[in-house]
Design a binder for this molecule. Sequence first.
Ligand SMILES: Cc1cc2nc3c(=O)[nH]c(=O)nc-3n(C[C@H](O)[C@H](O)[C@H](O)COP(=O)(O)O)c2cc1C
Ligand code: FES
Length: 417
Amino acid sequence: MRLYRSHVLICGGTGCTSSRSNEIKQEMEKYITEFGLENEVQVVMTGCFGLCEAGPIVIVYPEGTFYSRVKVEDAKRIVEEHLLKGRIVKDLLYYEAITEVSDTVKAVNEVEFYAKQMRIALKNCGVIDPESIDEYIAVDGYKALAKVLTEMTPEQVIEEITKSRLRGRGGAGFPTGKKWAFAASYQANQKYVACNADEGDPGAFMDRSILEGTPHSVLEAMTIAGYAIGASKGYIYVRAEYPIAVKRLNIAIKQAREYGLLGENILGTGFNFDIEIRLGAGAFVCGEETALIESIEGKRGMPRVRPPFPAEKGIWGKPTLLNNVETYANIPAIINNGAEWFASIGTEDSKGTKVFALGGKIKNTGLVEVPMGTTLREVIYGIGGGCPNGKKFKAVQTGGPSGGCLPEKYLDTPISY
Ligand SMILES: Cc1cc2nc3c(=O)[nH]c(=O)nc-3n(C[C@H](O)[C@H](O)[C@H](O)COP(=O)(O)O)c2cc1C
Ligand code: FES
């Protein structure tokens, strides 16, 4: 394994990719080779860093230098000035770019936008290369799966998830442990685990970013779920409009199979589980769980009458556990850190964190994750920077079209789920 003196992280989320971060990477690699730095500097394309407004973002470690609004033409300067000569390229620094007030804030850990957040579902997003299973394993990836398969019974796994008091992040907020217990309680020769990555709400990109930035977290969680309920097959239903997420998921599934983390006899424990992707064509209704199941079966996406619920009769009429992407992304952390740790975050009734996609008339459009109980004011003003151009706040729409439009008087209400 090679040790590098510098790591350059380039955002490969959809926002920065559409602002040409792929070309920035190619240019940087070209100049790194030209200046003979290829054995000293490693360039990594990550998932979304969160502060999409300031993209494309490039972060240079070990200093954590936070460059924003980087253009393809800036690649040479970063390589020559920073990586070769050790001089920060001042005019590309985040704060330099947006304000004259501070030229002291240079590193990512000093950026206020991040200081007020807590990352569980997004823990690895913007940190690792989502196309490298080795990088995921290096940050404790698949440790939870190994623990579950070698140290826990399915009942203990369900109990741990129940005790964490995690609720589904797909909208209805159903207690996840309870849903897993229902799915486990039905006997059948075949059961399924499904992941709802349809994310039809306009403006929402939480699930997409998780899949783009840390796809293995979702695969790991679904495999844990398969063990817990007794399923051997999983489906991820993801919309075709998310090509980067689909590409990285395909790479992640292939790598997990090669490493014996998907497929037959996982980690030599005798447990079999595999995952397939199903592409959605972008119908909002297909985000509803029973319409999604119809669509997975190749039929028109029309909701089924419930009951029976999917836990009893889901895909092909078999017991099916269906959770949202963000719900799954919390699972490895709960297994690794314990249910009590998770239940200590948030409020009395609402545990853990929530990821938000900030869009519209807000300064810091991007992706944030905050503990439950944080107020909307904190999210909109403390992290989001408030309305741009000194405009007065009128209302905020939460949760897409199925959510609500809230006026100012709700800004101090703690977020719950
Ligand atoms: C019209 C409609 C659209 C929905 N769209 C989504 C969606 O895009 N993603 C999602 O996870 N859940 C969506 N849901 C909720 C799902 O039916 C389901 O409750 C959820 O995926 C379950 O996962 P969870 O328990 O982890 O939240 C939608 C529900 C309705 C009624
Ligand atoms: S896509 Fe680059 S910061 Fe979000």
